[in-house]
Design a protein around this ligand. Structure first.
Ligand code: MD6
Ligand code: FE
Length: 218
């Protein structure tokens, strides 16, 4: 099986977009070149708006630690989930979205067939080993015609790519450092989640996975 044409059928080369389902496109390694600049920008944001573990409406502390940048930030508390212009921990606006982050989101969306995507919200998720994200739909945004761009950095994770009902059996998609997943159109309301992140360290992030989701929330 050393014929490169045959091998390609099973392992598309990094950089080739992979259509997982209509509207869901994986861009393997799309952020690798920019990763150092992206991580520097993320560190700067987190120095100003620190990561915190939010509680759900039911009062459970989420295993993933979160912060935001951009005009709007996603928050959860005993009143539920929503987007808010102010960081409730600091009673101040979220840090602005750095151009390097916005550009990655817009370029990735265009590559996946969603030209003209300009995010106003970027949710930063940090997964320590063991942290996970239960199956959910993203439905707190104003316009479901707008895609979501998701960037993975650091430790790998298994993304659960589900269907349109919570009970639909999800497909497992490995996501690694520099991968970008664009999620829109007919895929926009699919259920999805992340399996517990395995122990390990990554040269770029240390002992964690970072996931950034870019949205047009307002
Ligand atoms: C994560 N991602 O990858 C969690 N949501 O850590 C999400 O919940 C997500 O990757 C909407 C669109 C893309 C995503
Ligand atoms: Fe989500």
């Amino acid at each position: 099986m050393s014929d490169p044409h045959t091998a390609d059928l099973f392992a598309p080369p990094a950089g080739e977009p992979q259509v997982l389902a209509p509207g869901a496109v994986l861009l393997p390694g799309a952020a690798l070149d920019d990763a150092p600049a992206l991580l520097a920008a993320i560190r700067d944001i987190l120095a100003r708006a620190p990561l915190r573990q939010m509680v759900t409406r039911g009062g459970f502390k989420m295993s993933v630690a979160m912060s935001n940048c951009g005009a709007l930030g996603w928050i959860s508390d005993r009143r539920g989930y929503r987007y808010a212009p102010l960081d409730p921990e600091r009673d101040a606006p979220w840090p602005a979205m750095p151009p390097v982050l916005q550009a990655l989101a817009t370029t990735s969306a265009t590559r996946a067939g969603f030209a003209g995507f300009v995010p106003d919200a970027c949710l930063i998720n940090r997964y320590a080993p063991g942290a996970r994200m239960a199956l959910h739909q993203d439905r707190d945004e104003a316009d479901f015609d707008q895609p979501i761009v998701s960037l993975s950095l650091g430790l790998p994770a298994v993304f659960l790519f589900g269907g349109f009902e919570r009970g639909d059996r999800p497909t497992r998609i490995p996501l690694g450092h520099g991968d970008v997943l664009v999620w829109g159109g007919p895929a926009r309301l699919r259920f999805h989640g992340v399996l517990p992140v395995k122990d390990g360290t990554h040269p770029a992030t240390g002992a964690c996975r970072l996931n950034l989701t870019f949205r047009k929330a307002g």
